[in-house]
Structure formats: structure tokens, C-alpha cells
Design a protein around this ligand. Sequence first.
Ligand SMILES: [Zn+2]
Length: 312
Amino acid sequence: MIFDAPQVERLTGPFGCALTVDVEEWYHTCLVPDYVHPEGRPALPHELDWLLPELLEMLHEARCTATFFVLGEVAERLPRRVRQIAEAGHEVGSHGYLHLRACERSPQAFLVDLRRSKALLEDLVGEPVLGFRAPEWSLRSLGSSRLPRVAEAGFLYDSSLNPCAFSGRPTNPRFAYRVILDGLNGLDGLKGAGPRRELLEFPPLTFGGPLRLPAGSWTGRLVNPERLVRATLDHLDEGGLPLAVVHPWEVSGRPTPGPLRGLARFVHETGRPGFETRFRELLAAFRWTSVRAAACLEQEYTAQPAVSRRAG
Ligand SMILES: [Zn+2]
């Protein structure tokens, strides 16, 4: 179900550059339903138990921090790795409990999943989990009836509305913004409950001007890092918060350890050769930080940032 798009207000900086990591195994692809539903999943090799320490070391060498959007079922299997992420100074966010498309679940099932993943992660790291990213950007658009559920579950911000075609919508704003959720249909759990309901939204970086190509994913893996550096600089010049996206399996430098076919294989394998080196070049170009740090969200609790009415 699609509701009227809520009112938005563009957030103004200055901002830092945010690096985000979706913490999931190679088989957590919504393009292969048998893999993402745990009850039907065949026996598949795991990688994260050793990929995560490698990625933490890579970020340590580059003197960068990041937001790790951790999948709940991964956190349950690898609690020690989640604690290590937080202990290394990174932010832990939620990627949901199961890697299922939000837009294909009932709002209630989605809300239960959000709360389960948030509680699980907060128990592990001992601090509030502020941010959420839906599997496969599956909130899709501002008009999603699932978007208010993210606020209802207690998240301060969302990073699920991709301003690109296919995984998102080209009509979604490119720059960070505040979503005003008051007065929307379907907010039964929120109505009349305290202060104005809102959510901060941090969209992923794009390149290619009006083409709005994802800087993460296979499109970003194919290009010279200079293109992504330029896109990052341009975004900063426009007062935005450049937000990069990566998965641990992308930068491992190793082949995928199990079978993928069709579109899933294309999305996973395209641009992989040499990407670890290109990613290190991108890391070296900026002092990447978590979303929480890049957007100064600690201050968000005590003072509302200045906003303008544009959200282009
Ligand atoms: Zn994912």
C-alpha cells in the first residue's frame, strides 16, 4: 500500500562523509528467495566470521570509521563480531532481522522484525541503535507505508530510500532530509503519542549526474575511484552528506564461495576483480566516518539542526 508522500525538509550541514557497511553473508540476496528464508536455506558456507576482522583491519589502517548495518540473524550467530565492531569505535545500525523485502511484508510483520533486530543489537553493544537500512532498499519510496514503522520502532534515522531507479525511485531526494510523519494515514501506533513524529533520512551517494547511478553496488565497482571521489566532492560542495555503501564480501578479494545464478550472480560478480584495490583508494581519499558522526547526531538529541524547505 502506498500513502501520500510525507512532507520533507532538507537538512543542512556542514556534514562529514559517511561510510556504511551492510553486514550480511554473500547469500543474503533478496534475488534468491531460498537463500534469504532461513527455514528453506540449503547448507551454505559462511564468510563473515573472518571477513569482518579483515574489514575492521582495513578501516583501521585507513583511519576510517563506519556505520555497520547488521542483519539480526547474523548478530545472533556472531555476537562477538558485533561487539568487536562497536569496540573498534564504529556505529552499529540495524539491517533488519531477516533479509526480506520490507515492501513484501505486512506492516505488522515488518515492525516486529524491526523491534527484534533493534533489541538484539542494543543488548549486544549496550547503547541505543539509532539507524536502520532495509534489505535491498526495499522501502523504495517516501510514500511507503512501512516508513513510519521505522520511527515507531524507535529509530532516529533511516537510510533505505535510494534516489535511483529500480532499487529506489529517482523522485527520492538525493540529499539528507527530515521526514515529517505527523498526520499520515496508517500511523495508528503513533497518533497523539507525544512530540511530533519524524525520521531523518540519509540517502546513498550517486554518480553520473542526472543518471543517478548508485556509487555502491556493481555500478560503482566498475568505475575508476576518481569518479566516486569527484561525486563525493560535488555532493559536499552542494552541502550534502556523501554516504558510501559496501558489503564485506565485496572487498574480500576472494571469489564467491557458493552458487549464484542469473541476476543475483550478475549483481554479485560484476566489477569484482580489482575492486578491493579501488575501494582502498576511495577510503584513502576522505576521512570517512559513521553516519552518527558525519551528521553530528549526538547533537540531535538536544538541538534541532537548521533546515531549509528544499529537499532536491
Ligand atoms: Zn542487504
